[in-house]
Design a protein around this ligand. Structure first.
Ligand code: CIR
Length: 254
């Protein structure tokens, strides 16, 4: 269950957000609408949401999931692997220090981003990627241990931005996962639901209390998950998708 979340209002500079492949800039007003609908969906799912002010100096700062991790036991300030995103950590640190008694910090010079971290009921999976290096994953696992959590290093598929770009937890024992990630056997022991072909970006869904938020551009995924009995809330992700983001990226939840 999540009771609280932090989000950040998108700044106009978000249209210049990082992307692996250029499919055109997002349209700012449409992206604001996507963000607004996302916040509303969290509130409807019974989450108390704090909205931080926009940061024009950091185009990707709307994706608050990446510079920090939060748990009921405390928070961890991370070190984004993307140079343009490093300053986002200082920008969110005070907010987290005001909310959590324990705030741990990943030491320089290692790197890890929250998009590479999937929290399951019994362990925290840390995916190695272009944004999270092995030293970062190890330091992160040491921080997790201090918070009483068990971490495990896993591999993000090649050319995939983050580990969670390709998977999300649907419930305590089930993961929604792309075929390319499922092949790695990382979810042995868990139930897996495979993302329909051609809808790989739908893998970054978000379970929030009784509902699962899923991108509305992915009808096969919505039908599949609804058919399995999940209460699906479709949300538009067309604009944030142009800068490689999905539904988990836009909040920190605990
Ligand atoms: C980036 O490349 O950093 C942003 N454009 C997208 C970040 C998405 N974050 C996430 O998946 N946690």
């Amino acid at each position: 269950m999540f009771r609280r979340a932090i989000v950040r209002q998108p700044a106009p500079s978000v249209v210049g957000g990082l992307r692996a492949e250029d499919r055109g800039d997002p349209i700012y007003d449409a992206l604001l609408e996507e963000h607004g609908a996302y916040v509303l969906a969290l509130i409807r799912a019974d989450v108390e949401v704090s909205v931080l002010p926009p940061l024009d100096a950091y185009p990707d700062s709307v994706f608050v999931e990446d510079p920090a991790l939060v748990f009921p036991e405390g928070a961890i300030l991370l070190r984004p692997g993307a140079p343009s995103r490093r300053g986002e950590v200082d920008e969110i640190a005070d907010e987290l220090r005001s909310r959590f008694d324990r705030v741990l910090e990943l030491p320089a010079p290692v790197f890890a981003e929250g998009g590479d971290v999937l929290v399951t009921p019994d362990r925290v999976l840390v995916g190695l990627s272009a944004r999270t290096d092995e030293a970062g994953a190890r330091e992160l696992i040491a921080c997790l241990k201090e918070l009483g959590r068990v971490g495990e290093i896993v591999q993000t598929p090649a050319d995939v931005l983050h580990f969670k770009t390709d998977c999300s937890l649907l419930d305590d024992e089930t993961v929604f996962v792309t075929k390319r990630l499922a092949r790695s056997d990382v979810f042995a022991g868990m139930k897996t639901v495979l993302v329909p072909d051609g809808e790989e970006a739908a893998a970054n869904a978000l379970r929030v209390n009784d509902v699962v938020l899923v991108g509305s551009d992915y009808p096969k995924s919505i039908e599949l998950l609804s058919g399995l009995g999940y209460d699906v809330v479709p949300l538009k992700t067309t604009e944030i998708g142009k800068i490689d983001a999905g539904l988990s990226c836009m909040s920190l939840r605990w």
